[in-house]
Design a protein around this ligand. Sequence first.
Ligand SMILES: *Cc1c(COP(=O)(O)O)cnc(C)c1O
Length: 429
Amino acid sequence: MSDSILDLDRRHVWHPFTQEQTAPPPMVAVAAKGASLFTEDGRELTDLVSSWWVNLHGHAHPVIAAAVAEQAARLEQVIFADFTHAPAARLAARLAALLPGDLDRVFYSDNGSTAVEVALKVALQYFGNRGEDGRRRLLAFEGGYHGDTVGAMSVGRSSGYFRAWEGLLFPVEMAPYPVTWIGDAAIAEKEAVALAALEAALGDDVAAVIIEPLIQGASGMRMCRPEFLRGVAERVRKAGALLVFDEVMTGFGRTGAPFACIKAGVTPDMVCLSKGLTGGFLPMGATVVREPIHQAFLGESVRQAFLHGHSYTANPLGCAAGLASLDLLLGDDCRARIAAIEAIHLERLGALAKGGKIRHPRVTGTIAALDLGEGDYASSLGGKVRKAFLDRGFLLRPLGPVVYFLPPYCIEPAELHRAWDTLETAIGG
Ligand SMILES: *Cc1c(COP(=O)(O)O)cnc(C)c1O
C-alpha cells in the first residue's frame, strides 16, 4: 500500500460537503501565497473563493504568520474562565470600536456556527433573565444559512441542506427575503411584501430575528438592499425583539464597508463573526453583543450568567491573527484594493449582462455573482464552468447555477480581469 498523501486521504479522511464516491480525488495543497494555491502536482491556482470565504489579505500573509508565530512562542492557549490575555482583550476592544453603537461586548467561540448558537442562546436567556419568559420564538429569512450545528441549522433550515435531520430541528418561522440584482425594477414591491410578512410574524413572543445582512451566501449569493435591512430593524425594534446580524461571511470588508451593518446604516443587537475574523488563518468565532444585553446577565446568582463556553474560547493564536488582520484591513492599501475589486466587478459584470447569456447580475463590495440559468445544487452547468476555470488555473466553486467571485483582497487587477475573461469564454458571452 502506498503512503502517498492521496492514498492516506482516500483511506482515512472524510471530506465536508462531498460525495466521495463520485467526486474527483482532492487536490493536494502544499503551499499558498497571496491569491495563489500551489498543488503537489505542480499547479498554481488563483483562489477565487478565498478558501470558503475565510481569507482576506492573501494566503500565508507574512504579517499574520509572524504574529501567530510570535504568539505561539509566548502563550499558545490558556483556559478562558478565570483568565484573560492581551490578544483577547485588545481584539475585543478593537471590534467594539469598529462596530457601531454600543456593540461593545465580545463573546468568543470557535467558528461561525458557534457564533450563531451563542447569539440564539443569549437571546433566549436574556429575556428569561428579565422575567420575560414568554419570548421564546425565533424568526429567520427564507434562504438564510447560519451554519451546520443544530441551532444554526434550525434558523437556516430553508437553505435546503438539512433534510437528513429535519425531525431534530426546532421550529423557526421563515419570513420572505426580497432578493435583488442590478436593474431589478420590482424590488420596492418585493420589499413591501416581505416587510408586511415580517410584521405579521412578529409579536410579543418573539425573542430574536436573525438575518445575513446584504447577502445570503450559501443559498446562492442572494443580495438584498440596505433599505430592506433598515425596514427589518425598525419593525424588529418596535416588536421588542432582538435583531441578530450574521456577519460570518459579510464581515471584515467583504461588502466594501468594514461590516455590512455599517454599510446598511443599522445597529443590530448582536453581530456574529467568524471566517475573516482571523484573516483566514485560524478557526475562531465571536458574538458581539450590545452592552445592555450583557448587563442582563449580571447578578448574584450563577444561574443568571451565560453558562456556555468552548475549550479553545479566545485562543491566543486566533486573537493574535485577528489583531494583525485588522491592522491590514484598516490600512489605506487594503481599502484601495477593495474599491478596485468592486469597480472591476461592476464594469465586467455590466458588460457580460449586456450579452444576454446570464441573469440577475449583482455586486456588493468584493463579491460579484450571477445566475447561469435555473436549477438546484446539482446543476451541471455550474460544474462545467468550474472545470473550465480549473483548466485555466482558477479555483471557482459555483453554487449550482450561481457563479460568484469572492477573491482575497490582494488579488491583482490583471488576474481578476483574467477571471472575468475566462467566464466570458466559458459561457460563450
Ligand atoms: C459559513 C457561515 C456560517 C457557519 O460558519 P462555520 O465556521 O462554517 O461554522 C454561518 N453563517 C454564515 C452567514 C456563513 O456564511
